[in-house]
Design a protein around this ligand. Structure first.
Ligand SMILES: [Mn+2]
Length: 418
């Protein structure tokens, strides 16, 4: 049964500037800056190892339209390896690297095919004299492509598989620039077997077959907002069966958002241990890659006021960063304070306001319901004849329940103010 096996990737953003690393240790910042290129190298390695028929790149290879020469040379090095191994690479350009940007006057390796920006072109993939598939693609001639390019894709040959390679926003996904927008129906009408899409920076299978419509996501995240695994798709197309789409991570730095619940912690020492343990656990899970951890500290805790003092948070962050210093893969930490304080009943009771009255009403420790003789304790509040009736009406257990609810309604909200 004929098959076609390829890697689909997009949004390499090879010379991404990695903003916001000014506070990061210089050696580590350098690793982050290099990460998009290392992720591309992982793609090349994977393609060689899996002996795929082709590598498809769906746009945004470079971050800026005036891509650096260094980025182009780095990219070419990887393509040369693929070409030397007999693997074809098919490339379209997207909004970050349109054709009207500057390109170095370089020759590309023999098996590299860059699609033009004037019309959808069709390129065969030939293995051992047999046409295994046709790749259809079009590059962005300029950054702001508002035209629906998907409508230009037509399958005119039933021989071999048909793949569409395009940088697009399918279904106007919110939070992403609406470049070359199209609908799922437009893609289905193109009669392809597989749509290898780029632009959205997360792996999404929008449709599994007839045709499969897939965003591979970017190969390496570029900032804290792009969290989780980043990688590419290893795809096998089968005649008369659904495609097999396997997501394979290629990132070398992983960005993680998580939280540490500090409820019940009473000292900064405990906070340090809890945060370190959390970082260790995350680093263990992620394995073999550098990890950039953004932790929010939350929960109601006695150390809240200490954490809020001056530069406590920065100092803790520094302490834990130092603890992980020199570790490979590296761990970098950023802390955010979202804890709440416990209320100090005693000082609030001293006040002359409504809160103080409520605390007095609810008794010692604010826990009237634990009084050994509850009805006796409540008597002064129920001195009218109507009141007395109600006091008799409820059992001790019911009265306790009512008191707990009442305290929670009155005090907890009031006292949880920061
Ligand atoms: Mn992109």
């Amino acid at each position: 049964m004929p098959t076609f096996r390829f890697l689909h990737c997009s949004d390499l953003h090879i010379d991404s500037p990695f903003k916001g690393l000014s506070s990061v240790q210089p050696s580590l910042a350098e690793r982050f800056r290099n990460s998009t290129y290392l992720a591309f190298q992982n793609i090349v390695k994977l393609a060689l190892q899996e002996e795929v028929d082709a590598v498809l790149i769906a746009g945004d290879i470079y971050d800026g339209s005036d891509k650096s020469l260094q980025a182009q040379l780095k990219f070419r090095r990887g393509l040369q390896e693929l070409s030397d191994a007999g693997i074809d690479t098919f490339i379209v350009h997207g909004n970050h690297d349109p054709l009207d940007g500057w390109s170095a006057s370089l020759d590309w390796p023999e098996r590299v095919h860059v699609f033009s920006g004037t019309q959808v072109e069709r390129q065969p993939v030939i293995k051992n004299g047999i046409v295994k598939a046709h790749i259809h693609g079009i590059s962005y001639p300029t950054r702001d492509v508002k035209e629906n390019l998907a409508l230009k894709f037509i399958r005119d040959d039933k021989q071999g598989f048909a793949i569409g390679l395009l940088h697009t926003n399918v279904g106007h996904q919110a939070g992403h620039d609406d470049y070359a927008p199209c609908s799922m129906d437009d893609l289905v009408a193109g009669n392809m077997d597989y749509w290898a899409l780029g632009h959205i920076h997360s792996f999404q299978v929008l449709r599994e077959s007839s045709p499969a419509v897939v965003y591979s996501g970017n190969t390496q995240s570029r900032h804290m907002r792009e969290t989780g695994e980043k990688g590419c798709c290893l795809v096998t197309l089968h005649k008369n069966a659904s495609p097999v789409i396997q997501f394979i991570p290629t990132d070398v730095v992983r960005y993680v958002h998580d939280e540490v619940d500090l409820s019940g912690r009473i000292s900064l020492e405990e906070v340090i241990h809890a945060v370190r343990a959390k970082c260790e656990r995350l680093a263990d899970q992620i394995k073999e890659r550098d990890v950039f951890v953004n932790l929010s500290l939350n929960g109601r805790t006695q150390v809240h006021s200490e954490l809020k003092r001056g530069d406590t948070l920065e100092s803790l962050q520094e302490e834990i960063r130092t603890y992980f210093e020199g570790r490979t893969p590296s761990v970098w930490l950023s802390l955010k304070l979202e804890t709440d304080g416990l209320y100090d009943i005693e000082s609030l009771r001293q006040g002359k306001d409504f809160t103080a009255d409520l605390i007095t009403l609810f008794g010692e420790e604010g826990r009237l319901e634990t009084h050994p003789d509850l009805k006796e304790a409540l008597k002064p509040m129920f001195e009218t004849w109507q009141g007395k009736k109600h006091l008799e009406y409820f059992s001790d257990a019911e009265m306790k329940d009512i008191l707990i609810q009442a305290r929670s309604l009155c005090l907890d909200k009031l006292l949880s103010r920061d």
